[in-house]
Design a protein around this ligand. Structure first.
Ligand SMILES: NC(=O)C1=CN([C@@H]2O[C@H](COP(=O)(O)OP(=O)(O)OC[C@H]3O[C@@H](n4cnc5c(N)ncnc54)[C@H](OP(=O)(O)O)[C@@H]3O)[C@@H](O)[C@H]2O)C=CC1
Ligand SMILES: N[C@@H](CC=O)C(=O)O
Length: 381
């Protein structure tokens, strides 16, 4: 399947690398035919073009991946791609949240897909999981840390006592921040993500301008000191809830318990929680920003489109391979059976073994014939 990538930046570049490297048979079926750039001097190879029409008018290109960012011309290109019968995959939550109704209506009319997993939560399969829950029962609510840049700033300020400006600069260097980082620190980026999450979870399209949105721009070390005194830390949280009347969305810094799931998410990581009746609370954690995590999510969207048009993959028979050697804790009334592999004696009936394969320890367990034996692997430090 031939695809085009618009923008060879942090996310577009990550996608191109993952697809060019093609580490799985499925991925080998994707090919980046064209890459749209806007500065000719930045052409990396002969796939690069500065002319969007070369992409839009190419009947071989089935999917356009929009990784330019911003509202225009990203919106114009996504719309034209759909009009030309091409699926669209995008990482651009600002554009998609702003033009959601128009673009999804167009995609529906044309029986095309808009893949937007990369728009929310970076590499976390967040949209996919909202969809999976929703096909079984209503999603009642969601809540999460959905911006890598602000979480990076907050966790570095708290853990290292670093200053706001230096943390933001570092997040920009690491490729986490938006081209205008105000969107990250003023909460707008989370707002777009909350709108797209609500659209997925609740089938309701809220105008981003309607969502109460507060950011972390004015946060100081004193605020952290207060939170710490309460056993809390500060996280920028986006949330959505289905109500009797419709939906309720908001973006706000929250003082969460320091030892809670959200309280312990640091650096560029994001975490999203969902609530639904039979599943109850569920949580999804992973890198929320950065080239390869985000590219991973966008390429997953491409593969979903590809697989929808492919036969189910055949399985190859395979034998299970012994894993790496590891040390084991063994407690047994027949502990003498383990004498030759003992690294440390714990008690009269318990030892820690030397590094062994799982098959080697399995042989000894058989030899011991002790039904009450307890075995545990010991995780490396
Ligand atoms: N970075 C991240 O971790 C994540 C980013 N996103 C989203 O992905 C999108 C892209 O972000 P990111 O990759 O970080 O941004 P970058 O700035 O790294 O990449 C954008 C690229 O698009 C190019 N570009 C800009 N305008 C045009 C145009 N008119 N025609 C062709 N190329 C153009 C830029 O070129 P030049 O540099 O020469 O101007 C740049 O190479 C954004 O919507 C962002 O919100 C989503 C999740 C995570
Ligand atoms: N700027 C965003 C990029 C990913 O969506 C962030 O920091 O989360």
């Amino acid at each position: 399947m031939e695809i085009a990538v618009l923008g060879w930046g942090v996310v577009g570049g990550g996608m191109i690398k993952l697809i060019d490297e093609a580490k799985t048979p499925l991925l080998k079926q994707l090919h980046v035919k064209r890459v749209l750039i806007h500065r000719p001097e930045k052409a990396v190879d002969d796939r690069c073009t500065t002319d969007i029409n070369e992409i839009l008018n190419d009947p071989e290109i089935s999917i356009v991946c929009e990784c330019i960012g911003g509202l225009e011309p990203a919106h114009e290109y996504a719309k034209k791609a759909l009009e030309k019968g091409k699926h669209v995959v995008t990482a651009n939550k600002k554009m998609l949240a702003t033009f959601a109704s128009e673009l999804f209506d167009l995609a529906r009319q044309k029986d095309l897909t808009i893949g937007y997993e990369a728009c929310v939560g970076g590499g976390i399969p967040w949209i996919a999981n909202l969809e999976r829950i929703k096909r079984l029962e209503p999603v009642e609510a969601f809540q999460g840390i959905l911006n890598g840049t602000s979480n990076y700033i907050l966790s570095q300020m708290e853990q290292k006592g670093a200053g706001f400006a230096e943390c933001l600069k570092k997040a920009q260097e690491l490729g986490y921040a938006e081209s205008d980082p105000s969107d990250d620190i003023d909460g707008h980026d989370v707002c777009y993500k909350v709108v797209l999450s609500a659209l997925t979870a609740f089938d309701q399209a809220v105008d981003p301008k309607e969502v109460p949105t507060f950011g972390i721009r004015h946060l100081t070390k004193e605020d952290f000191a207060f939170a710490k005194g309460q056993g809390r830390t500060i996280k920028l949280i986006g949330q959505g809830r289905k109500t009797a009347e419709g939906v309720s969305l908001q973006v706000l810094p929250v003082m969460v318990k320091a030892d809670s799931l959200l309280g312990s998410v640091s650096l560029n990581f994001n975490a999203g929680k969902t609530w639904s009746k039979s599943l109850g609370p569920a949580a999804f954690v992973g890198q929320g920003a950065g080239s390869f995590p985000t590219a991973h999510a966008a390429v997953q969207d491409l593969l979903d489109i590809l697989e929808a048009n492919s036969p189910v993959a055949a399985f190859e028979p395979a034998e299970n391979q012994a894993g790496d050697k590891q040390t084991f804790y063994v407690r047994s009334q027949k502990i003498s059976v383990f004498a030759s592999v003992t690294q440390e004696k714990v008690s009269d009936d318990a030892i820690v073994t030397k590094p062994l394969t799982i098959d080697e320890i399995g042989q000894l367990l058989k030899a011991a014939k002790d039904e009450d034996l307890f075995l545990a692997g010991i995780e490396d430090d």
